[in-house]
Write a protein that binds this ligand. Structure first.
Ligand code: ASP
Length: 440
């Protein structure tokens, strides 16, 4: 296996995991898989999450303190946010166009709706999502800005869900470091430089276990999946979401080719380990360390750009999620026989944009914010559990697919921003054992 490229090893691991999962389902090995296989995947995801905060902190501080003038940072910031909004609006528009043309909700029979409602509307996870959404909805318009500013740096650093607060703190510290002058900044700067190198090495080491970990993750997804009959009833809806997501990948390839003049197939190949992990973990936050490593070392985006664009993207840029929210919202209305006007669809564009920004980068988060999209276009509260029940069975596989798009979108935008500020260079691949000879 030594010569095989990483993405092939991961793909083989995924494939074997799927087969193993199906066999376990047949022989009643669900409990065995949960007890003995699932922990391997969970440990891998924990390791990735473990290094996410140190990596953001070190790489953002290093990225900013490497800038020779702060106005460059403003440039990067404005471009990043601007392109993120544009790609998200494109994604939502694609979703809306497809769901209106293909009308997946019209084909759902009364029996299917009754069966889905009976199976899932009382489901604790559906209820939890609605409850969580109502918490988010009660906040004021500037709440998100308030939430971004930590009042205690250490508590921000100790909670993975507070990634935006960590980003805020790192930017603040990085800019201040620039302002105290090179000589006085030197000790702290070299500390963060070195921390950054160490964490990237940890990514390399963790990735050595990726093929086995994805085996475990996928085997577990298969054994905990729902009744295949139900999945089949939702095939058309799932097909529309997946088609939209594929179109988004095509759009990214067009952007890469036109704006960065790089070969899109090369881009997809280099970024593929991150995509495969996004698929296996359903979490752009857990995938972030790998996305950063691939984009910097294998694609050649300078850290000054990637250290800002990628962590911010993981938290606010979710093209796959917003596309899914648009399709799911219209599908639910179609299936329940309710009308949506043109202005409702415009409302969906705006709320799905905000909802995807507000969605956490963890499994299943897109569905929480979908509740807010559904409410904004007037789905009565008593129909909310039924609406979510309609799509719940296929949510996990769709989550896996939309997370791939979320991560690919971030990587694409980092290349575009890097190119536009002259920071897209040649890849410099570092292997886990580059200095092994010196220490072994
Ligand atoms: N799982 C997605 C992510 O982490 C969010 C979602 O759509 O649920 O990017």
């Amino acid at each position: 296996m030594k010569k095989l490229a990483l993405h092939w090893k991961i793909l083989i691991g995924m494939f074997l995991g799927l087969i193993f999962g199906f066999i376990m389902l047949q022989v009643g090995g669900r409990a065995f898989t949960e007890d003995w296989i699932k922990p391997i995947g969970s440990i891998f995801v924990k390791l990735l999450k473990l290094i996410a905060i140190p990596l953001i902190l070190a790489s953002l501080i290093k990225g900013i303190s490497d800038l020779k003038d702060i106005s460059k940072f403003k440039n990067i910031g404005i471009r990043t946010i601007g392109i993120y909004i544009v790609t998200t609006v494109i994604a939502i528009s694609i979703g809306l166009a497809l769901v209106n043309i293909m009308q997946p909700g019209d084909g759902v029979s009364e029996e299917t709706i009754a069966k889905l409602t009976e199976t899932y509307s009382e489901n604790s996870s559906v209820k939890a999502k609605i409850a969580e959404a109502s918490k988010q909805k009660d906040s004021g318009p500037l709440q998100f800005l308030e939430d971004m500013v930590p009042d205690n740096a250490f508590s921000a650093l100790s909670d993975n869900r507070l990634m935006l607060q960590v980003i805020f703190f790192a930017i603040f510290l990085g800019i201040s470091l620039l302002l105290i002058g090179e000589k006085r900044a030197a000790p702290l700067k070299s500390f963060f430089d070195s921390l950054n190198d160490v964490v990237l090495k940890m990514v390399d080491l963790i990735m050595l276990t990726a093929p086995v970990a994805v085996f475990a993750l996928l085997a577990n997804v298969v054994v905990s999946s729902d009744d295949p009959d139900i999945l089949f009833a939702l095939l058309k809806y799932a097909g529309v979401v997946v088609l939209g997501l594929i179109l988004m990948i095509v759009i990214y390839c067009i952007f890469v080719a036109t704006f960065t003049k790089k070969n899109p197939l090369w881009f997809l190949k280099e970024i593929s380990p991150a995509q495969l992990l996004a698929f296996s973990t359903s979490s752009s936050a857990a995938t972030l360390p790998v996305t950063m490593e691939r984009v910097e070392e294998h694609i050649g985006v300078d850290k000054e750009v990637s250290s800002f664009v990628l962590p911010v993207g993981a938290t606010i840029n979710m093209d796959g999620t917003s596309l899914y929210q648009a399709v799911a919202a219209v599908f639910i209305f179609q299936a329940l026989g309710l009308d949506l006007t043109f202005s409702d669809q415009i409302t969906i564009v705006l709320t799905a944009l905000l909802a995807s920004i507000g969605s956490a980068a963890v499994p299943g988060a897109g569905m929480v914010m979908l509740v807010i999209v559904l409410e904004s276009v007037g789905l009565p509260p008593e129909l909310l559990p039924i609406g979510l029940a309609l799509i719940f069975a296929v949510d996990r596989p769709l989550d896996m697919c939309r997370t791939v798009v979320n991560v690919t979108g971030d990587a694409t935008v980092s290349m575009m921003v890097a190119k536009s500020v002259g920071k897209l260079g040649e890849p410099k691949v570092k292997n886990w054992d580059d200095h092994y000879e010196e220490v072994k």
